[in-house]
Design a protein around this ligand. Structure first.
Ligand SMILES: NC(=O)c1ccc[n+]([C@@H]2O[C@H](COP(=O)([O-])OP(=O)(O)OC[C@H]3O[C@@H](n4cnc5c(N)ncnc54)[C@H](OP(=O)(O)O)[C@@H]3O)[C@@H](O)[C@H]2O)c1
Length: 407
């Protein structure tokens, strides 16, 4: 018999409202007791008595046994979630930045207080990847997880490749449609993808990595020339987070634009859709596809977590517990496409050229091997030079999925 959940909901924006729309169509053994919001003067679609701006009305209410945290403020979200976990309330959250930033503390709180925090909606919206990594792949050796984890940047890339729209126009359209924030850096700069990668890697590899240690390079400097180059080779460019086991002691994580070939699942993931490719030792390659954001898709993942709490489901962080001793490293060589102007960049990056440098009209590029740490050391220089880099295994015929070593 499932227990009744009395819910305190934080946030009634895109996801909070989306969750409410879904819940009201169901006859579940749960009740939303109170909703905390920030701005009391906003017009709401529910009667006024539901709402409060006082978080303690939810957190100190002994009747409420479950907190759903769907707000857009990282520090306030951590405060709410940690207080709830400490006071015996189970929590569902979709706040990926907060979860990725505070994951060690959040895991410790769950262990100390015996409470549960679930966050399926925080990684790729409707795609059920966290519970699968935690439960289905618990005994699988995972070679890599990669994918398209951010719908806004993918929307911009699709507009460029499929409709020939340049970066700034595509970004404006994405903002007008509500896919991209006014300040789009989190999406197009690869930060949002990185937070999701951190969370996925905790369940896939048992490593909990501070996001600040992970390299993310976005699509801000992508130029029409780069897209033309990819098209000539029947490739597309996607913004791809990668977690990869390098050997039995090391795992690498990074977010980079990547040349993607037609035979790869990610090639056909367009616009606001997300996709996750899991390369496993025994199951081989598997692919998850679906809507990565939006009120209803994300609300459906949140509801699945709520339903799991009715049976007191908890993540066990099985891979972390199995103490397989994996260490995070940035000491790997990647095959990189670099479009650049200043020759000094080649020296700074210690670029080991594979292909000759080609000059096509107005631009120059080079393909070769670079140590990831060199990219990290020179990241701001690459941005400032308006240069563009992309993971280019497809340009040398070695695919990430089939390679045992990153090339
Ligand atoms: N949108 C998506 O598709 C999506 C997908 C996956 C995950 N997420 C994550 O889910 C969370 C919510 O996203 P969203 O798109 O629903 O955001 P949103 O539309 O901007 O709504 C945010 C809500 O949080 C409320 N809020 C902000 N600070 C608060 C505080 N200190 N106490 C109580 N309420 C507070 C706001 O109140 P007011 O209404 O009074 O302004 C608003 O209702 C974010 O962490 C986001 O990263 C979003």
């Amino acid at each position: 018999m499932s227990k009744k959940l009395n819910i305190g909901l934080f946030g009634f924006g895109v996801v909070g409202q989306g969750l409410y729309d879904i819940i009201k169509t169901k006859n579940l053994n749960l009740e939303i007791k109170k909703i905390a919001i920030k701005d009391a003067s906003k017009k709401r679609s529910l009667p006024e008595h539901y709402f409060t701006t006082d978080k303690d009305e939810l957190l100190n209410n002994p009747e409420i046994n479950t907190i759903i945290e769907l707000i857009n403020d990282t520090e306030a979200a951590f405060d709410i979630v940690s207080t709830a976990l400490k006071t015996g309330k189970n929590v569902v959250s979709a706040s990926k930045k907060m979860i990725a930033t505070y994951l060690p503390q959040l895991i410790a709180l769950q262990h100390e207080y015996g409470t549960s925090l679930l966050y399926e909606g925080s990684v790729c919206g409707s795609i059920p990847i966290i519970r699968n990594l935690e439960e289905y792949y618990d005994n699988e050796l995972l070679h890599s997880i990669s994918g398209i984890f951010n719908g806004s940047s993918n929307y911009i890339l699709s507009k460029g490749f499929l409709e020939n729209l340049d970066y700034s126009l595509a970004l404006k359209q994405a903002q007008d449609l509500g896919f991209a924030e006014t300040d789009p850096i989190s999406d197009v700069g690869g930060y949002d993808s990185k937070y999701k990668l951190v969370i996925a890697a905790a369940h896939a590899y048992g490593v909990v990595i501070d996001p600040a240690r992970i390299f993310n390079f976005g699509i801000q400097n992508l130029a029409a020339d780069d897209m033309r180059y990819a098209r000539e080779k029947n490739l597309k460019i996607k913004l791809v987070p990668v977690a990869k086991e390098l050997d039995d002691q090391h795992v690498a994580l990074f977010v980079l634009p990547k040349f993607v070939a037609e035979h790869e699942f990610l090639y056909n993931v367009e616009y606001e859709y997300n996709g996750v490719t899991v390369q496993a030792a025994f199951a081989d390659q598997q692919f998850f596809f679906g809507k990565g954001a939006g009120g209803h898709p994300t609300g459906s993942a949140v509801l699945s977590d709520i339903a799991a709490l009715r049976y007191d489901y908890q993540y066990e962080y099985k891979k972390a517990k199995s103490a397989n001793g994996l260490n995070f490293t940035n000491d790997i060589e990647l095959t990189i496409y670099l479009r650049y102007e200043d020759e000094e960049l080649i020296d700074l990056l210690d670029f080991k050229t594979i292909d000759e440098r080609y000059y096509s009209g107005t631009y120059k590029y080079v393909i070769g091997k670079v140590n990831l740490q060199k990219l990290i050391d020179n990241q701001s220089r690459i941005y400032d030079d308006k240069a563009f880099i992309a993971f280019a295994d497809q340009l040398t015929g070695v695919s990430l999925a089939s390679a045992n070593n990153i090339t």
